[in-house]
Design a binder for this molecule. Structure first.
Ligand code: NAD
Length: 490
């Protein structure tokens, strides 16, 4: 056995394969298991517990039982546990990165980047835990003192996607713990191993039992419904697709549950005639091909001024032709596999639809023969309005270009989507940059930048990209509830 492969198997043996409920690693009640596979090879990495609805309720029981004592812990204690968790995640960078590459497919260097990013939420919220504060004031009539205090919202249920297995978990867990909330988390069935490993790290960091509980399952809807319907649950936070988010929102309505929704995107990437093209091309490569194009923040529509479109096309095509496709564990690989065969078929169908409407492929466009779910990184240009490539979230390494003539047209095109997560704008005109901040319907914007995410910044969207913010000083407020007390002046 090759030494790389031996290291992979010994890592996989270290990763728990059971449910984490009330500080214990437990089999699923029905003793069912499911396989987690490597999308690059199709081989089974691990066989893990497949939770039932009863398991999920047991996890909620544990979170509810732990809530009061966790909320009563001093902010400093919560902060120190989070800080230790940050340090342990960093110490386990190599293992966590390899695990993500194995179960999700991203190139190892990017997986290491995700460990650094994901760990930052633990550090940032360890610092925010000790800064939760309220207000005090006298009412306008002078008859009373008003105390406004912040309190943990209570037990939370988290549902996370497969594309950023570590960061999507820490971005929710860290602010919840900092605020004094307990958690049940259900990771995506395609990439549950990273969350299980993270739970073992939180355990090592000294987290009391029941504060974080992990349930892995193939029955996402069946186990989520009773948890969301349970009146003891106080908050639902979901990251995933808009259709599933919509469904969860309607379930959450019954108990008027607090919700955060981090949903899909369809990011415009505007290149104005005055853009620094070196910067724009660099930004395009990051915004499009990071995570094999499988990011909610991935640039979906490249909207380029017609006067610079040829040059932009030429430069990105040259860069894309030099990208290396392969297993994420191999050195120098830029593009790993897509998550599954369905994703490959979807990407190909989107390209075929655009070609049928008159678009042209400049490079790529084909599935890579052999094992695994690979597709060539692709550049498509002259993509006409009405193409599904422009209206749907691509979630693959396909860079779709169309052109505009005026700033008004660029803004109208950028806003012509039900999504509003992030927008990228490349211009050297400062006044235009400021106009875009006002005019683009977006929760986040990169002005001459191809990546915006940062633990210190509020991440989230407008329109059908979601509700609420994760990260930044805003992130902890999603897990706090405001109480007002009146004390009459005697
Ligand atoms: P998905 O909606 O299919 O699944 C997300 C999670 O929801 C998974 O854990 C899944 O098991 C669970 N789920 C699916 N159906 C469910 C149901 N009926 N009830 C309860 N849970 C259910 O999304 P995905 O394919 O895993 O992830 C890709 C999507 O996530 C993209 O649309 C992407 O834009 C979005 N995303 C958004 C952000 C953000 O911060 N806005 C970040 C990452 C991914």
């Amino acid at each position: 056995m090759a030494s790389g492969e031996a290291a992979e198997w010994s890592l996989l043996e270290m990763v728990p394969n059971k449910l984490f409920i009330n500080g214990r690693w437990e089999e699923a009640e029905e003793r069912l298991t499911f396989d987690v596979k490597d999308p690059a090879t199709g081989r089974v990495l691990s066989s893990i517990a497949d939770a039932s609805p009863a398991d999920a309720i047991r996890a909620l029981d544990a979170a509810v039982a732990a809530q009061d004592s966790w909320a009563a812990t001093s902010p400093r204690v919560r902060s120190e546990i989070l800080r230790r968790a940050f340090e342990l995640v960093i110490r386990h960078t190599d293992e966590l990165a390899l695990l993500m590459t194995l179960e999700m497919g991203k190139p190892l260097a990017e997986a290491k980047g995700e460990v650094a990013y994901g760990a930052e939420f633990l550090r940032w919220f360890s610092e925010e835990a000790v800064r939760i504060s309220g207000r005090y004031g006298v009412n306008p009539e002078g008859t009373g003192h008003m105390i406004v205090s912040e309190h943990p919202v209570g037990p939370c249920y988290f549902i996370t996607p497969w594309n950023f297995p570590l960061a999507m978990a820490t971005r929710k867990i860290a602010p919840a713990l900092a605020a004094g909330c307990t958690v049940v988390i259900k990771p995506a069935e395609l990439t549950p191993l990273t969350t299980l490993f993270l739970a073992s790290i939180l355990e090592q960091a000294g987290l009391p039992m029941g504060v974080v509980n992990v349930i892995t399952t193939t029955r996402a809807a069946a186990i989520s419904e009773p948890v969301i319907a349970d009146p003891r649950l106080r908050k639902l936070s979901f990251t995933g697709s808009t259709p599933v988010g919509r469904r969860l929102l309607s379930q959450a309505a019954d108990n008027v549950l607090r919700v955060s929704m981090e949903l899909g995107g369809n990011a415009p990437f505007l290149v104005f005639e005055d853009a620094d093209l070196d910067l724009a091309v660099e930004g395009a490569m990051l915004a499009k091909f990071r995570n094999i194009g499988q990011a909610c923040t991935a640039a979906n529509r490249f909207i380029v001024h017609q006067s610079v479109a040829k040059e932009f096309e030429h430069r990105v095509t040259e860069r894309v032709q030099n990208m290396r496709v392969g297993r994420g564990t191999e050195k120098g690989v830029d593009i790993g596999p897509l998550i599954d065969q369905r994703a490959v078929s979807k990407a190909q169908a989107l390209v075929a639809d655009a070609l049928g409407r008159g678009a042209r492929v400049l490079t790529g466009g084909r599935e890579v023969a052999g094992e695994g779910c690979f597709i060539e990184p692709t550049v498509v240009t002259d993509v006409p309005l009405g193409s599904s490539l422009l209206s749907e979230e691509i979630f693959g390494p396909i860079l779709a270009i169309s052109t505009f003539e005026s700033e008004e047209e660029a803004v109208a095109l950028a806003n012509s989507t039900e999504f509003g997560l992030v927008s990228y704008v490349f211009t050297q005109d400062l006044a235009r940059g400021h106009r875009m901040i006002t005019q683009l319907e977006t929760g986040m914007m990169g002005l001459n930048a191809g990546v915006v995410s940062n633990a210190a910044a509020p991440f989230g969207g407008v329109k059908q990209s979601g509700l609420g913010r994760e990260g930044g000083v805003e992130g902890i407020h999603e897990f706090l509830t405001t109480k007002y007390t009146l004390v009459p002046v005697s």
